[in-house]
Design a protein around this ligand. Structure first.
Ligand code: MG
Length: 169
C-alpha cells in the first residue's frame, strides 16, 4: 500500500482517532470490544456490529493515514457479512505492522445507556490487548451514559470514541 509504505521512513509517533455508531435492536447479539454481553438488545450491522472494535480499526487506520474501515472492508462485500470484527482488527494490525508501527496506547469511551458496561470492561481490555499485541495496561476502555439524552440516551444505539498512539517498530 503506497501510503503505508511511505510512512516507514518517517519514524515518528502517530496519533489516530476513530468514531462509530451502531443501532440497537432486539434479536441481535451484543458484541463490544470482542466480548459477547448478555442484554435484551444487540447491535445491528453488516458484520457482528462491534462498534468499539470498528472505532478502534478507524483510529488505527487514521494513524497511518490509510483510509477507514469501510474502504478496507466494504459493507457491500458479502465476505464480510456477519464477520467477527476481531478478524477485521487482526487484518488492520497487519497493516499497522507493514507500515512499520506498533500500538503505544489506546484510550476508548463507549456511550451506552444500557446495559451497564463496567462489569465487562476488563474482559474487553484483555481481549483487545491480545489482538493489539500489547499489554493490557496500554488499553483503556471507559464507559459512559449520555444522561438519557440523544440516540444513546434513548437506547437506540451505542457510540464508541477511540484515540490511539502508534510508535515506530
Ligand atoms: Mg461500524
Amino acid at each position: 500500500m503506497a501510503y503505508a509504505t511511505s510512512l516507514t521512513n518517517m519514524k515518528t509517533i502517530r496519533i489516530g482517532y476513530g468514531f462509530d455508531v451502531h443501532r440497537l435492536s432486539e434479536g441481535y447479539p451484543l458484541y463490544l470490544g470482542g466480548v459477547l454481553i448478555e442484554h435484551s438488545k444487540g447491535l445491528v450491522g453488516h458484520s457482528d456490529a462491534d462498534v468499539l472494535i470498528h472505532a478502534i480499526c478507524d483510529a488505527l487506520l487514521g494513524a497511518i493515514a490509510a483510509g477507514d474501515i469501510g474502504s478496507h472492508f466494504p459493507p457491500t462485500d458479502e465476505q464480510y457479512r456477519g464477520i467477527d470484527s476481531k478478524i477485521l482488527l487482526a487484518k488492520v494490525m497487519e497493516l499497522i505492522s507493514q507500515a512499520g508501527y506498533q500500538l503505544g496506547n489506546l484510550d476508548a469511551t463507549v456511550a451506552a445507556e444500557a446495559p451497564k458496561l463496567r462489569p465487562h470492561i476488563d474482559r474487553m481490555r484483555s481481549c483487545l490487548a491480545e489482538l493489539l499485541q500489547t499489554d493490557i495496561a496500554n488499553v483503556s476502555v471507559k464507559a459512559t451514559t449520555t444522561e438519557g439524552l440523544g440516540y444513546t440516551g434513548r437506547g437506540e444505539g451505542v457510540a464508541a470514541y477511540v484515540s490511539v498512539l502508534l510508535f515506530p517498530l
